[in-house]
Design a protein around this ligand. Structure first.
Ligand SMILES: Cc1cc2nc3c(=O)[nH]c(=O)nc-3n(C[C@H](O)[C@H](O)[C@H](O)COP(=O)(O)O)c2cc1C
Length: 362
């Protein structure tokens, strides 16, 4: 099966990826936390939103270029940070970033990436670096400096992981990383526990809890703000009060996200949390969204609800599994053509018009 034949939909490429990946890896990517209530609710919430189309725009084309945070983007989409992409394909993050470059959209490097950031930035993609707050503050500082030196254009701090959500599929599979897939930004002895098969537990969960700061606070983010000129994006916001606080401490953007249903199970679907956040922050900071975006129509729904763009998580990984760089490129180009088609059918000539569309729940 080629990546080409997967052009039909993200659902189709998910099926193709599912047969290629080892079952435990497929589950690691697909899974959510708890009973996967939020995982399902993310999709259900998108499906309940209806777009009220406009007509007679008087133009045949649609302009989709934009700027996300301070990075130019050919469409209002970025690749979400996803750990350990060598699980999907030996070329991992490098292949995915190449496809993002070809598509002209930002690529967010996970702190837990399996290729070093310099190599990923070396693809020429516009990269942002995602930070999980490590217990060792000096190590956070070093990574932030390194990201700036490497040419990353923004920092994304993920704040919805005080502890890791209980991912039942990984627990059941006693999931552990193979030896050839490692979090290369960490010291060797900091990654050991991720590779050990734990009885009745996920090695990734054990590893994460050892590594990450469980008592992160706004003071830490203020500390970071004072130490970098890079734009700061705070990822994992669902309450307007937290979004306002993020803007107050000088964050340039927030990502309204429930981590793709992988953290608090029964957390609100991010598309439902979006409008109140946009209303609360106004133009004090940019608002992005992820969790459950699968089609161009979903992107339009997010724009119409006030987002300036979206991040795409799992579909990019399915593309990587099916066809490395080409597979990711086909996922991104499918999304672009769906987005363009949806905007034209909704009578929008550009993203400003998309943000003025009305939506209603059915
Ligand atoms: C396999 C996997 C690994 C992830 N790793 C990270 C990570 O390292 N850092 C992070 O901030 N978010 C991580 N996320 C969350 C994504 O950035 C994003 O919020 C989520 O996947 C969006 O939902 P979607 O997959 O429905 O598009 C991960 C998600 C998945 C599925």
């Amino acid at each position: 099966v080629t990546a080409q034949s997967a052009r039909s939909s993200a659902a189709e490429i998910e099926r193709l990826a599912a047969v290629r990946l080892p079952p435990a890896v497929r589950d690691f990517v697909a899974g959510g936390s708890g009973a996967e209530v939020t995982l399902a609710a993310n999709r259900a919430a998108f499906d309940r939103i209806a777009i009220v189309p406009r007509v007679l725009s008087g133009e045949a084309g649609v302009r989709m270029e934009t700027q996300l945070v301070r990075t130019k983007a050919s469409m209002p989409v970025a690749v979400a940070p996803v750990a350990y992409q060598r699980l999907m394909h030996p070329d991992g993050e490098v292949a995915a970033a190449r496809a993002a470059k070809t598509s002209g959209i930002p690529y967010v490097i996970s702190m837990l990436s399996s290729y070093p950031m310099e190599e990923i930035v070396g693809t020429g993609a516009s990269c942002w670096f995602q930070l999980y707050w490590l217990r060792d503050r000096g190590q956070n500082r070093d990574l932030v400096l390194r990201a700036g030196r490497a040419g990353c254009e923004a920092l994304v701090v993920t704040v919805d992981l005080p502890i890791m959500g209980r991912r039942m599929r990984d627990v059941r599979n006693e999931f552990a990383l193979p030896t050839d897939v490692r979090a290369v930004h960490l010291e060797g002895d900091q990654t050991t526990s991720a590779h050990v098969a734990w009885r009745g537990n996920s090695a990734v969960a054990v590893h994460t809890s050892e590594l990450l700061e469980p008592a992160l606070s706004w003071c830490d983010l203020e500390w970071l703000r004072e130490r970098t000129d890079l734009p700061i994006v705070i990822k994992g916001i669902l309450d307007p009060r937290d979004a306002v606080r993020a803007a107050e401490i000088g964050a340039d953007a927030v990502v309204v996200s429930n981590h793709g249903g992988r953290q608090l199970d029964s957390a609100v679907p991010s598309i439902m949390a979006l409008s109140p956040i946009v209303d609360a922050v106004g133009d004090r900071c940019e608002v992005l969204l992820d969790s459950g975006v699968r089609t161009g129509t979903d992107v339009v729904k997010a724009l119409a609800s006030g987002a300036s763009g979206v991040l795409i998580g799992r579909p990019v990984q399915w593309g990587l599994a099916v066809g490395a760089e080409e597979g990711v490129a086909s996922v991104l180009e499918l999304l672009r053509s769906e987005l363009e088609e949806c905007l034209r059918l909704a009578g929008c000539i550009d993203l400003v018009a998309a943000r003025e569309l009305r939506v209603t729940t059915v």
